[in-house]
Design a binder for this molecule. Structure first.
Ligand code: NDP
Length: 449
């Protein structure tokens, strides 16, 4: 990270840019991984000989499709749908669907690329993919969301399956949307194939802990990073950006581990509650009533809402970006370090810009990149697939124990790989190399495909 590209790798990166123009986020995600791989090629010349890096940067399949649907008022609407099936060396394609107006091919490809390595780190048999649409669910009625999900699945169903490609949720896609998509898949396929989607409702094949998994996992990962440094969450002041699925359960686990979370946010602004956030209220506002985070101050007069404020200006010891990509810039990272922040764990995908990451690494604070720290979500999706295959349902406690063990293993793997490759304490290098090597070995074994 920050050391530039190895001279053998630079032309590969140049070619990625030339072949995928105007996909800024994809370029950024590829560069971040490729910057770590110089020492790997020295140890494993066979990866260069068989063009593993070139192949891994090229999706196996990219599907772009039209999603027509009709509003409650009878207006016909057209959105664009994407599914990028990036790499199936380790198992069926696996990765979420995102509904957000900013979605375009470059976002889906960055997420799909990250997903390959993240999924490899979990140790579960899953390949990497991502999908979604530029549909904006905000302000849409229940019936509109349902019709949109059904229309999306009318095309997507022919490309997915429990042994082929298993989508899940992401920004804008939660249990409700997965339900509508599953219903339409079942209708079109005439099959009860629970393993085709994860994040399902508990009554129809979902797994306990899946809702909590990404946030809990991210907090477990930070807990491990702190332990290595002889520290813990106990008494730490924390901030968590976002107020969606990942943010809510990150806050919950931080509180369970003894930390105090004082701020969260959404795209409109920041809530600061020095006493510690009232998570029951946040869940009620966001999960039940689907309201905005600014309404928090209606119930807690001692909390402050800063419209358009930036959460990273608030002093904290642990920061957990859990909203979206590139939300934490170099200047925010400098402010956090100046205020005494000792650990950053990414619940979101690529929330820190390259400049921001450089600041954290130079300051030698504990910095857990998303592809390692937020892998608990997809790992628990893989546990959901296991339960579906066994037609079984595990208890909350048993499933959480498994998640905890997986996060400890991911931490250990990243930590030890970073040491082995001469970058002790650098989880970016550790995660990129450990994830890449697993996928590269499988790709070599499968031949030139
Ligand atoms: P949700 O839709 O539940 O919540 C997203 C939150 O982030 C909302 O508070 C939203 O605010 C905020 N947000 C989204 N886009 C922006 C933006 N452009 N600027 C500012 N704030 C924004 O999504 P999740 O919690 O599921 O996902 C959050 C992050 O975690 C994403 O990066 C996702 O890829 C990643 N992730 C999610 C996993 C999961 O299991 N769900 C697994 C691994 C990673 P607002 O409502 O105002 O838009």
């Amino acid at each position: 990270m920050g050391n530039g590209l190895d001279k053998k790798i630079q032309p590969i990166y140049d070619s990625v840019i030339a072949r995928n123009p105007a996909e800024r986020e994809f370029h950024q995600a590829v560069k971040e991984v490729l910057e770590s791989l110089g020492p790997v090629l020295k140890k494993h010349p066979e990866f260069a000989e068989h063009k593993i890096i070139e192949r891994i940067c090229e999706p196996e399949r990219q599907i772009i499709f039209r999603i027509p649907w009709t509003t409650d008022k009878g207006e016909d609407m057209i959105n664009r749908g994407f599914r990028v099936q990036f790499n199936s060396a380790l198992g069926p394609y696996k990765g979420g669907l995102r509904f957000h107006p900013t979605v375009y091919l470059g976002i889906i490809k960055f997420l799909g690329f990250e997903q390959i390595f993240k999924n490899a780190l979990t140790g579960m048999p899953i390949g990497g993919a991502k999908g979604g649409s530029d549909f904006d669910p905000k302000g849409r009625s229940e019936a509109e969301v349902m019709r949109f999900c059904q229309s999306l699945m009318t095309e997507l169903h022919r490309h997915i399956g429990e042994h082929t490609d298993v989508p899940a949720g992401d920004i804008g896609v939660g249990g409700r949307e997965i339900g509508y998509m599953y219903g339409q898949y079942k209708r079109l396929s005439n099959r009860w194939e629970a393993g085709v989607l994860t994040g399902k409702g508990l009554a129809w094949g979902g797994s306990l802990v899946r809702t909590e998994a990404t946030g809990y996992g991210a907090a477990f990962f930070v807990d491990e990073m702190l332990k290595v440094r002889g520290d813990s969450f106990d008494g730490k002041v924390c901030t968590v950006s976002g107020s969606g699925n990942v943010a809510i359960y990150t806050i919950e686990k931080i509180h369970q581990l003894g930390g105090k979370c004082i701020a969260c946010s959404d795209s409109g602004g920041v809530i600061l509650h020095e006493k510690g956030l009232d998570l029951d209220l946040i869940k009620q506002l966001k999960e039940v009533e689907r309201r905005r985070i600014k309404d928090y101050t209606d119930y807690h007069k001692d909390a402050v809402y800063k419209e358009g404020g930036n959460i990273w200006d608030i002093p904290c010891q642990v920061a957990m970006p859990s909203a979206t990509e590139n939300e934490l810039h170099g200047r925010h990272a400098k402010t956090l370090v100046k205020h005494g922040c000792i650990a950053v764990g990414e619940g979101a995908n690529m929330p820190t810009t390259p400049k921001g990451a450089e600041v954290f690494l130079n300051a030698k604070i504990a910095y857990g990149p998303g592809k390692a720290a937020n892998a608990g979500g997809v790992a628990t999706s893989a546990l959901e697939m296991q339960q579906n295959a066994m037609r079984d349902a595990w208890s909350f406690e048993d499933t959480e124990v498994k998640l905890h063990r997986i996060m400890k293993n991911i931490h250990k793997l990243c930590y030890e790989t970073a040491e082995e490759y001469g970058s002790p304490g650098n989880y970016v290098v550790g995660a990129n190399i450990a994830g890449f090597i697993k996928v590269a070995r499988a790709m070599l074994a499968h031949g030139v495909i």
